[in-house]
Design a protein around this ligand. Sequence first.
Ligand code: SF4
Length: 379
Amino acid sequence: MAKIFDLCPSIVQPLLSGDGYLIRIRPKYGYLNSRQLMSLGKAANQFGNGVIEFTTRANITIRGINEKKLNDLSHFLKNEKIVNQLDTNKTVSNIIYSPFLRLNDKKFPRISKIIEDQLASIPKIHKKFGIAIDLGRLATLQNIHADIRIEEASNGSLIIRIDGLEYGEEVEQNNLIPSLKNITNNIAKAVPFHLKDKNLSEIIQHIDYKKFHIPLKKPRKQEFRPRLGPCFQGYLLSSISGRFTGDQVIQLSFQVENVKVTPWKALFIENTLRKPKLNFLSKNTDFSLKISHCSGQPYCKQGLIDTSKVADKINKRLKSSYKKNVINIPNIHISGCEKNCGIPKNVSISISKFKKDNPIEVVNGEHKELADLLTLELQ
Ligand code: SF4
């Protein structure tokens, strides 16, 4: 019987939420082929309430699961090889892959395989510990939460960069896991007790990391901004807020060979410049990649507002305010309560509509005009 916990949902740690139990899974290699996509849709319909969410850590949430069906769902997902068989509550649950491969790229798949095959030997420093594998055509994951970044330096060499540091340490492919273990084990030993649950970007400011880590290589340019539509010989698509029904996922599976699960609550389809003809998919003119929100009402028990309704209003506002200026668009996050779950890294406007004081907060001093407008409109 799967154990039932109240924090950090995973395949072995379901979380009781407003609509039943939920589990969060990490697709192996951040990838689903069409058969697995269809199985995911069937799993949501058969074991849950038919709601699937793609998250900002490139995980997949299946919602509304009856307690008695938890074990069967876990077996089903493992049998369908959607998750890595080595995944447990002790392994790293956030491994995020850049979705854009180079043509004939051998290095990226090889490194992904090393990580997946040796999952059990990678230390997990805190419960949300994450690794971004930011290889491929260009660096894309700079604004995604991760503690360790496996990247390319500007000269093409492989580096391990601790989040928060400007430079990374050069590493050979065959030494990747020992180097990762060396860095993480040393950090785990050095971390002060009061920082035990913090991200490495914070921990690293308080320890003498140069004793065990030599970061001398600058990563390549980090300027990617995701947008829905055609990109890199493929297509980035989503539905509103990255939330799909099981039936929609099944329909999608008939039209694609595979999907990469990205950390922008969006899916990337390789080798096509056309959007599948499915009317539930967001329009390319939508701003859904700029607006994030937590589950909120009615999905989360603690939720004080329906965050998806607020997101929908804001999407409409951005469409009318930013028709021509698509570069300088702020990232906006909506929280359903004080807990602020799943807040992305580069948010400019944070909306906590349940608060009486300061419900719309400008995080970095920019976009005050838009924040003032939203304050009026969301009253
Ligand atoms: S921020 Fe609050 S409402 Fe939103 S998911 Fe977290 S606990 Fe639920």
